[in-house]
Design a binder for this molecule. Structure first.
Ligand SMILES: Cc1cc2nc3c(=O)[nH]c(=O)nc-3n(C[C@H](O)[C@H](O)[C@H](O)COP(=O)(O)OP(=O)(O)OC[C@H]3O[C@@H](n4cnc5c(N)ncnc54)[C@H](O)[C@@H]3O)c2cc1C
Ligand code: SF4
Length: 539
């Protein structure tokens, strides 16, 4: 079945797909977005149901292998110590993300020059700064200007309250003389732009039913659809088609909501399927011109997968910490150990994020991101009464270095509900990361004790958190050299001149901050570059 051709076809309606659609609006081109997941309304989010916690172990799990919904694709992570997690719907993973919103730092774009590791980005912080600002305005960001860890910028809305937990941890940082700052979050601390401020329900991973969190279902998509961008949900792209003579993309084949396979033709394709979904789609798009997968002449598609390996330490305090109140994004962030210090024995660094205690059932079953339940019986009662309410924690969020053996390939057997091959993850921790994690655990312990904790616990037993594959980067990296990168300095495939990629897969390095603010700033930058180069776009 063939549909009317469009000018721009965007695949994926998450963070990056929405941002580039917004950037391209002013071109007046006909824009269509195909999204494999459904549209969700406020009533679909379980956050206000009595049994909301159960949803975390079913339809609203962040793990697609637990959800197993029609729109999900399974992921074989048997050869990985970290499971990639996501959400597939209009809004993508911003439906269940936590809205923590730090920017990457200037040094993150220059790790090769500064530290001899990773790659320098073809863009720098100064080039991206206006796109960060633009994205913050559409999204609605709360925070405090003047953070000495960054070049100057000031979020539009005041920070969310630190809460008892944040204030207690801040005391520990002060005692040690370490940097900390109220976190930037894409959560509204005040009513803004017709949206309601946060009501502190604390169930952000289950979808925000008041619209205070900066998911693109609340921010970009209403504006885009009003302006005429067409969004077809429940449409899963099977492969991207190419003209074998010209090597240009001509369109896609997709499985529609009607159960039929459709052909959609277009002048320009933008892939925005996240750091695992994007290489999966390209590897599934095999043709005579690209027998190893689209845009993969150099074999780099899927290589250099990076996460943010993570562990956590909790302190047990004398007073209740009220850790389950307020949004789940961290309230304070320390970048004391972010930049390289050769005396530490590793390069690059990590952030220390205040960690909330999660809701009771989730805590009892192992916590957020780990599977390590507390014991049943009398000990269970003791822990829930005398430990859980008194907890305040820090998570250690590490910069991962790009390593080619960490990769996304296609699983030979596993498929999604449309029979399309599923991704397989091969990933192990580098030695640099292991040292960083150990250093971070030790420093977090010192800070918690300095903050007044009477006891310090770790629930991960020396391992990284399993379901901490929230951030997926590097698998279609950008770069100037077509031999070592998949896209050029503004997101265009080296091999296919009308194919662009805009999600975290284009990151050459990972930084040690949550990536979505940078993913969207990059998508706006790519959109801007398309507009600037429109006359010679396919040369
Ligand atoms: C539980 C959780 C917490 C997180 N917390 C934070 C946080 O606090 N701060 C932060 O910065 N980041 C956070 N993240 C990460 C953040 O959600 C992602 O970085 C961001 O959403 C990535 O944007 P994206 O556009 O690349 O992908 P997504 O937002 O995941 O969107 C990709 C979309 O593409 C669609 N798609 C994929 N393949 C196809 C196909 N073949 N056909 C059609 N559609 C397809 C998917 O269904 C999906 O909707 C979190 C993520 C999770 C899961
Ligand atoms: S805590 Fe705030 S941001 Fe999180 S789900 Fe509730 S209202 Fe939304």
């Amino acid at each position: 079945m063939q549909n009317d051709p469009v000018d721009v076809l965007i695949i994926g309606a998450g963070a990056s797909g929405a941002a580039i659609a917004w950037s391209l609006l002013e071109t007046r081109m006909r824009i269509l977005c195909l999204e494999q997941g459904p549209r969700l309304e406020d009533k679909d989010f379980p956050s206000r149901d009595d049994n909301y916690e159960l949803a975390r172990y079913g339809e609203f799990s962040c793990d697609p292998n637990v959800r197993r919904l029609k729109q999900d694709y399974p992921i074989n992570a048997d050869d990985s110590c970290i499971m990639p997690v996501n959400f597939n719907a209009v809004g993508g993973s911003t439906i269940n993300f936590l809205g923590h919103w730090p920017r990457m730092k200037p040094s993150d774009f220059r790790t090769k020059s500064l530290d001899g590791v990773g790659e320098d980005w073809p863009v720098d912080y100064e080039t991206l700064a206006p796109f960060y600002d633009m994205n913050d305005r559409v999204t609605g960001v709360s925070g405090l200007g003047g953070n000495p860890a960054y070049p100057d910028y000031t979020p539009e809305l005041p920070p969310i309250p630190l809460g008892k937990l944040g204030q207690s941890l801040a005391r520990g940082f002060n005692e040690k003389g370490y940097h900390w700052w109220p976190s930037d979050v894409s959560i509204l601390s005040q009513d803004h732009d017709g949206r309601q401020k946060c009501v502190n329900a604390g169930t952000c991973d289950l979808g925000c039913s008041v619209g205070a969190k900066g998911g693109t279902n609340f921010t970009y998509w209403p504006v885009l659809e009003n302006a005429g961008v067409e969004l077809r949900s429940e449409c899963r792209v099977r492969e991207i088609l190419v003209d074998e003579k010209t090597g240009m993309a001509t369109g896609v084949l997709y499985h529609g909501a009607d159960g039929q396979v459709h052909e959609q033709r277009t002048e320009l394709v933008v892939v925005a399927c996240n750091g695992v979904g994007t290489p999966r789609l390209l590897l599934n798009s095999k043709s005579k011109a690209f027998p190893e997968g689209l845009a993969n002449r150099n074999g780099m598609v899927g290589k250099n997968l990076m996460f943010h390996p993570l562990t956590g330490v909790s302190g047990v305090f004398d007073e209740p910490m009220l850790g389950h109140e307020g949004p789940m994004a961290c309230s304070i962030l320390s970048q004391e150990f972010y930049e390289t210090d050769p005396s530490r024995g590793f390069v690059r660094g990590y952030g220390l994020h205040s960690g909330r205690s999660t809701t009771p059932m989730t805590y009892a079953l192992g916590g957020y991101g780990i599977d390590n339940p507390i014991p049943w019986g009398a000990e269970h009662r003791e822990i829930m009464d005398n430990v859980y309410p008194y907890l305040a924690g820090l998570t250690v969020v590490c910069e991962d270095l790009p390593e080619e053996h960490n990769c996304v390939t296609l699983d030979p057997d596993l498929t999604d509900s449309d029979g399309i091959p599923a991704p397989k993850i091969t990933y192990r921790l580098g030695e640099n990361t292991r040292k960083m994690l150990r250093h971070g655990e030790e420093r977090a312990t010192d800070i918690l004790l300095a903050a007044g904790a009477k006891k310090v616990l770790t629930k991960a037993d020396g391992k990284v958190w399993w379901r901490a594959g929230w951030h997926q980067m590097g698998t279609c990296r950008m770069g100037k050299d077509p031999k070592t990168s998949v896209v050029n300095g503004w997101g265009r495939s080296h091999d296919v001149k009308n194919l662009f990629i805009v999600d975290g897969s284009i990151f050459p390095t990972a930084g040690a901050v949550n990536p979505t603010s940078t993913i969207q700033a990059m998508a706006l930058y790519v959109g801007d570059s398309i507009k600037t180069n429109i006359e010679t776009l396919f040369d």
